[in-house]
Ligand binder design. Structure first.
Ligand code: 5GP
Ligand code: MG
Length: 215
């Protein structure tokens, strides 16, 4: 029998659509646009006072560096380093590895955070800072991942609300690396990226990215 008589071969099922290991979540232009807006808001809100901007090492440093330039206002900057006491327990109790050098009594304090996730670290930190007698204590977070919040913590300024996926870039690390990337990447498959970090090298412009409103 000739092969012509054979029933038509079923077309091969389309390849199961592969989920990319990494997606571009916020591109550089969108990050910079939003940081410029936050800076302008801070400049307006802190007119006539010289706030102390407190940055939590290490993730928040890239955001802080751009934010102070965007705000272009009189302010002081100081740094803290903290580590979770017991990473296995989500208690939020942290050890202060490096304390601030500035005195916060009578100061307007703005904590500048990269991302607020469970809110446990920040809640603990705010309690510590509040005990030092600032006249005001607010938080400016670039990223807010509300889906994972355990403790409600008031955020006065937020750059972007982000989904529950591991983020890398713009200060956020992947095993202490990649903090210098100008965009924010969502890593859906950490093991794939650990095996092949070039997966992070995506086109750096997102067509559907959020853009700052231009007045
Ligand atoms: P939490 O709010 O759960 O107490 O802790 C937030 C801290 O965990 C952030 O300041 C940041 O250092 C780290 N973190 C949370 N989410 C991410 C993420 O998606 N990527 C990276 N690299 N760090 C994160
Ligand atoms: Mg942080």
């Amino acid at each position: 029998m000739s092969s012509a008589d054979a029933p038509d071969q079923e077309p091969a099922p389309p390849e199961a659509e592969e989920r990319p290991a990494v997606r571009l979540l916020v591109d550089e232009e969108a990050v910079q646009g939003r940081v410029a807006e936050l800076g302008a808001e801070l400049r307006a809100d802190y007119q006539g006072v010289e706030p102390v901007l407190v940055s939590v090492l290490r993730g928040g440093v890239v955001f802080l560096a751009d934010l102070v330039r965007a705000a272009a206002m009189p302010c002081l900057v100081d740094f803290m380093a903290i580590s979770r006491f017991d990473a296995s327990k989500e208690t939020g109790v942290v050890r202060i590895e490096k304390d601030l050098e500035l005195d916060l009594s009578g100061a307007h304090v703005l904590v500048v955070e990269d991302i607020v996730d469970t809110g446990l670290t920040l809640t603990y930190l705010l309690r510590v800072l509040a005990a030092r007698g600032p006249v005001s204590l607010r938080v400016c977070a670039l990223l807010d991942r509300r889906a994972r919040r355990i403790v409600d913590v008031p955020l006065s300024y937020v750059g972007f609300e982000v989904p529950d996926v591991f983020l890398v870039g713009y200060g956020l690390d992947l095993d202490e690396r990649e903090r210098g990337r100008r965009e924010l990447l969502a890593v859906d498959d950490l093991e794939a990226v650990r095996a092949d970090p070039t997966l992070l090298d995506l086109p750096t412009r997102a067509d559907d990215a959020w853009r700052p409103s231009r007045a």
